[in-house]
Ligand binder design. Sequence first.
Ligand code: CP3
Length: 344
Amino acid sequence: MPAAESPLLRAARRQPTDFTPVWLMRQAGRYLPEYRAMRERFGFLELCRNPDAAAAVTLEPVDRLGVDAAILFADILLIVEPMGVGLEFARGAGPVVRRPVRSPADVRRLVPVDPLEATPFVFDTVRIVRRALAGRVPLIGFAGAPFTVASYLIEGGASREYLETKSLMHREPAAWHELMDVLVDVTAKYLNGQIAAGAQAVQLFDSWVGALGPDDYREFVLPHSRALVRALTPGVPVIHFGTGTASLLPLMKGAGGDVIGLDWRVDLDEAWARLGSDVAVQGNLDPAALLARPEHFRVRVRAILDRAGGRPGHIFNLGHGVLPQTPVDHVIALVDMVHDMSKR
Ligand code: CP3
């Protein structure tokens, strides 16, 4: 099957498909015993930097789950590591940025890297995965959107309130915009490098942008996310994802993307109606639903498919990543369920 005819790429273009395509954010992650075994052998960054190992981790869920896409195994913070901020992944603690960016001088100190030279292993992984997939399913590349990546650079790690981020944004707007410009430039090169190496769609993760209200999104984020989407190689579908974005969805669509990612806090049909029928949607089962047995989450899956109503342009996914404590059997049952229940 030519890649353009795959259900995922057809749905991204709002063309009809025989069933609703499904893949899962974090489908290659800690809930899989094979992933945990890999992590016994490699540190997280070490794994990302080893193309053969990263390709194996990317391919595992495709074989194991029967999903309709592979997503590159990498991380949104790989491109900031060579920018000189001291990125580390401490065991079980998530990412830590040792030298956070909190002032105009810090922004000026960032190294404006060329990803093709700084992260060649990512593009090597893409090439290995494409070859191994041999057209079975398309490969999705990804990057963090400028706001979400900036939030890690500024906070130095995960955050609840994003106060350092908002503080820089409001107190030093020129430095904020300069930081976003740097990230847009590096991220565009990084994603176009993935596309040149073989990624057939790309997802922009603006996971934490829901911390902002619409006016701040309009002023501090939208122009930059839009510049990024416009700088991407034409013809490759872009999935634009965030969480907590109920009030931002039409603005995110304005920034760009062929597919808008929805989290579980919105009803899919209402959100799609607000976005308009000229864009596809992805989502939106609560990842926590998969902690219950398949006979329990079945009703939620059915409800999402009913809200999509079989209209072209729905890609089934969770509203965020698979939780590490999710039983693998439940994930397999979900994929089968979506395929069976959506058959047209
Ligand atoms: O989706 C996939 O299967 C592809 C792989 C992928 C990872 N990170 C692997 C990973 C993707 C798409 C990401 C994106 C990413 N990374 C995001 C956006 C998606 C989201 O979750 O909102 C963010 C915010 C990051 C930054 C990041 N990386 C955090 C906050 C953490 C720690 C939290 C956690 O889940 O452990 C990571 C580490 C990370 N990235 C892991 C994986 C599989 C776990 C690392 C480990 O093995 O211990």
